[in-house]
Design a protein around this ligand. Structure first.
Ligand code: KMH
Ligand code: ZN
Length: 272
């Protein structure tokens, strides 16, 4: 089986230090969390950034500073900024980190209720605008699919020539308002993408490790981290992203799946 790419979603935009004091806000804390994840086997850092007080921001300058500290501490890791940002941000804010020409960036594939009462807006116009800016700059989009219809949107934009093949997907399961985290749903998503595509899987809270384990068994990749889950086991807060990544690496090792280095991850994702 191919090697396993582990993505660490180290920060997110929703979780706070009140929920887990180890959530990073400052540049130093972002550097610390990225380093712990990298040392434990992550080859991609999925990045949201905050101001020092914890408020999410998409400011290009803040991303730049975080890119610098991550590159310093995790020499060749792949940095994948978010273009989802936080609920309520404008498209102009959300696109900011793409102007730093990262290798990868997330691209959210549809509008949804998010966590119940909020609306995460991603119209087709927004998706196309973000995709065009990414491809112009050599940034590969990771297509974030929170529900099955979002995969249909990827097919549609691929057919129309806006997305290049092979596409790379992230299946996000268990967000309230999106698809629930079941093996049936994950299989349906995997079967729905074009042959030759790559995919990674993440799931919220207690569903994180079961869904990731399924992905590892089926040949997919895995995303883990504070953005999706703050517990290392039931009722026990994770001390670091490294601890969460370490648990994935252990599951993979027990299942006989080797971990991809950042260079191997670039080859698997066709970004070199
Ligand atoms: N924070 C969520 C509203 C992404 O990174 O592209 C969106 C999100 C997806 O986290
Ligand atoms: Zn994110």
């Amino acid at each position: 089986m191919n090697k396993l790419i582990i993505t660490a979603a180290i920060c997110g935009a929703e979780v706070t230090k009140e929920q887990n004091p180890n959530i990073p806000y400052t540049i130093e804390e972002i550097g610390r969390e990225a380093e712990s994840a990298y040392n434990a086997g992550a080859s991609i850092i999925h990045l949201h950034v905050r101001e020092d007080d914890g408020i999410p921001t998409q400011r290009k300058e803040r991303f730049k500073e975080c890119f610098e500290i991550i590159k310093e501490k995790c020499s060749n890791v792949i940095i994948q900024p978010s273009t989802g940002g936080a609920i309520g941000m404008s498209d102009n804010e959300r696109i900011q980190p793409v102007y730093l020409n990262p290798e990868l960036a997330t691209l959210d594939m549809g509008t949804m209720n998010f966590g119940g009462n909020e609306i995460f807006v991603n119209t087709e116009t927004t998706i196309i605008r973000f995709a065009e800016e990414m491809y112009k700059r050599g940034v590969k989009p990771e297509l974030e699919c929170f529900d099955i219809g979002m995969i249909d949107m990827a097919h549609r934009l691929n057919r129309k020539g806006y997305f290049k093949s092979p596409m790379h997907f992230n299946f996000v399961l268990g967000v309230i308002g999106g698809i629930s985290a079941t093996s049936k749903n994950l299989n349906f998503m995997i079967e729905s993408i074009p042959k030759g595509s790559t995919y990674t899987v993440c799931a919220i809270g207690k569903y994180e490790f079961p869904m990731i384990s399924l992905s590892i068994a089926l040949g997919g990749h895995a995303r883990v981290g504070f953005e999706d889950n703050i517990y290392i086991s039931k009722g026990e807060l994770a001390k670091s992203n490294g601890q969460l990544v370490g648990k994935v690496a252990k599951i993979a090792s027990e299942m006989g799946r080797e971990i991809a280095s950042p260079l191997e991850a670039r080859k698997i994702l066709n970004i070199i």
